[in-house]
Design a protein around this ligand. Structure first.
Ligand code: GLA
Length: 382
């Protein structure tokens, strides 16, 4: 956890609101493999990381509530009755959405003040939004004794995103952020919403993230479009979700769908299988096979599912030129954000220099490189 961040959020809360807050850390996540499978009720392999959102929160006696986004130095005052999404809102809608969805559960909260900040950039594909949602719901649950379970809380966070932000996301991000376990990744079944922890020790290898520092617009609508394509094909196949379909099933309706949509559904079916294979490879400590699956995942995301972009593809191509990188792929929703790379520890420093220069000369902008460690989920900071 980032002590400097914790101290600065706590200080800014105390200066603004003149009381002692409850402090919460809510992590972002990485995802080893299993992209765009969550809303198809399939499998994913995420882990919470030691970067995310720090929130300071406390009850207020005033008749309005105040949220302060420390990174942006922006604040919002609102009344708990009659909340609506802000048309121009960004971070505001995550907070308002969570409050509304708590109220929709028939739970009553009083006024509160919250200040928050983070150490993952928005748009990095590391789920800063899920981290923020979870920090708000977790904090309010504590303050107002709402008796919400962690399962309840992640569904509230997810609904906030659906209804206030307009992204029809799956459950992976909120789950990983809430349920993360130190040094573990979680093989999550998004139908049962239950996971199996895998202790992660890649021995001579490690995971690094390379942020393209781009987030292409339209990513939200493209995301929702992908989801509806998947749902309509599942319907045609008479299955609850694409998780239940095989390639053989899909072939039976091949002439009834466009070639593009056929490829998208095929990607989902294959990616789900890759997650199963990846979990087996990890059990055996077979990092070479894991790496191949990671590269194959990128290929599918790029060519079949079409959610990658030039910058992400470039970073993966650079990784492929280095035999000490076993796998690399785009991570998260796509259209920007980070790649995740499984790299030999001895190679990390030189590859960082190499790829930073290559990226700069190709796009005339900087990429950012992060090492992360796997952390516990949303919790109170003692
Ligand atoms: C975003 C969504 C997740 C998931 C990923 C893609 O991060 O919030 O639910 O669908 O994209 O795997």
């Amino acid at each position: 956890m980032n002590r400097a961040l914790i101290n600065s959020i706590k200080t800014s809360f105390k200066e603004t609101f003149k009381t002692e807050p409850l402090m919460i850390f809510s992590p972002g996540r990485i995802n080893i493999i299993g992209e765009h499978t969550d809303y198809n009720e399939g499998l994913v392999f995420p882990a919470a990381v030691n970067k995310g959102i720090v929130a300071a929160i406390e009850k207020s006696n005033s008749n309005t509530s105040v949220a302060y986004a420390a990174d942006k130095e922006e604040s919002m005052e609102f009344s708990l009755s009659n909340i609506k999404p802000l048309t121009q809102g960004s971070w505001e809608n995550y907070v308002l959405g969570v409050v509304t969805e708590i109220q929709n559960q028939g739970k009553t909260i009083g006024n509160f003040n919250i200040a928050f900040g983070g150490d993952i950039p928005g748009g990095a594909g590391m789920s800063s939004s899920a981290a923020l949602e979870n920090s708000v719901v977790f904090g309010l649950n504590e303050l107002f004794n709402l008796s919400l379970s962690k399962e309840d809380m992640i569904l509230i966070s997810q609904k906030a995103e659906h209804n206030y932000v307009g992204v029809k996301c799956g459950i992976m991000d909120q789950y990983a952020s809430m349920f993360g376990i130190k040094n573990h990744a979680l093989l999550l079944d998004c139908r049962t919403v239950k996971s199996k922890p895998f202790e992660i020790d890649f021995k001579d290898y490690e995971l690094i993230l390379i942020n393209t520092n781009v987030k292409h617009s339209l990513s939200d609508s493209a995301y929702n479009d992908r989801r509806s394509v998947c749902e309509s094909i599942a319907k045609m196949l008479n299955v609850k979700a694409l998780r239940d379909a095989t390639e053989f099933d899909l072939d039976s309706i091949k002439d009834q769908v466009t070639p593009e949509n056929y490829q998208k559904a095929l990607y989902v079916i294959q990616e789900n299988e890759r997650v199963v294979k990846a979990s087996k490879a990890m059990q055996k400590g077979d990092l070479k096979s894991l790496g191949k699956l990671i590269y194959a995942s990128h290929e599918g995301l790029q060519k079949q599912y079409q959610v990658s972009c030039e910058e992400l593809d470039f970073l993966v191509e650079q990784a492929k030129t280095n035999l000490n990188i076993l796998g690399a792929r785009m991570m998260g929703g796509g259209f920007g954000g980070c790649t995740i790379n499984l790299i030999a520890k001895t190679e990390t420093e030189s590859f960082k220099t190499f790829v930073s220069e290559a990226y700069k000369s190709k796009f005339n902008k900087d990429c950012s490189i992060y090492s992360v460690s796997l952390s516990n989920g949303t919790e109170i900071i003692k």
